[in-house]
Design a protein around this ligand. Structure first.
Ligand SMILES: [Zn+2]
Ligand SMILES: [Zn+2]
Length: 224
């Protein structure tokens, strides 16, 4: 079946681009760092990578806020096949730690030694910049153009309708069965300046969703 991932309905809700520039506001979003106590990857047994931390004091992200939820971490192992299957984590916002609830991956393929990405990633401040008309996949042409901009002009997208590469997302929370909130997507295929550290982790988009009631973070991947 042919999936349609663009069209007029994709012009809302509002989304933001994760850009490597100082925020002109007083929020403190960043890429990398090691503030959170993350579990080791069950497959390759190395520390997982803190990819993006969203500062929930930013009013634009208020729907993700809850008691003690001041920062939301988006993370995964970037060094093995783990990221290709669904992962569910429980977040402890107060202690800034996370535990594995479910990881579906059984096949173990590790990146070659020279391709290993060291954890933690370099801590780099980023800015959330509201998308403009051309950033929404309202037509096939725009949809194609966005894949060029994603990974060159910016690192990921927060909110908006998820930009889909292969399939609709399954947003069902593994604990309560309700729909999760789509939070962000991050591209592994990028060619950013070395000063941000090594951020290329494959021809993949990682999609992050949160159940604000259960504090479950889901990560799923699609290839591009
Ligand atoms: Zn791993
Ligand atoms: Zn839930």
């Amino acid at each position: 079946m042919e999936h349609i991932f663009y069209g007029k309905s994709f012009s809302r809700p509002i989304g933001y681009k994760i850009m490597f520039e100082e925020s002109p506001r007083d929020d403190h979003h960043h890429v990398g760092g090691d503030e959170w106590n993350l579990p080791n990857c069950r497959l390759c047994e190395t520390p997982m990578h803190q990819l993006v931390c969203l500062d929930l004091k930013d009013d634009r992200l208020s729907e993700l806020r809850g008691e003690h939820c001041e920062e939301l971490v988006l993370f995964s192992c970037l060094n093995c096949s783990m990221l290709w299957e669904e992962q569910f984590f429980k977040l402890d916002f107060q202690n800034r730690s996370a535990a594995v609830i479910k990881q579906e991956q059984e096949e173990f393929e590790k990146a070659d030694d020279e391709d290993q990405i060291t954890a933690p990633l370099r801590h780099v401040p980023v800015s959330l910049v509201e998308m403009e008309a051309e950033d929404y996949p309202t037509s096939e042409e725009r949809y194609d153009e966005i894949f060029t901009a994603l990974g060159t002009a910016y690192f990921g997208r927060v909110f908006g309708k998820p930009l889909l590469a292969e399939d609709e997302l399954d947003l069902t929370c593994c604990e309560c069965g309700q729909d999760m909130t789509f939070v962000a997507l991050i591209t592994g295929e990028n060619d950013f300046d070395e000063k941000y550290g090594d951020l290329f982790f494959g021809e993949v988009i990682l999609y992050f969703s949160l159940c604000p009631a259960c504090h479950i973070l889901k990560v799923e991947a699609q290839s591009i």
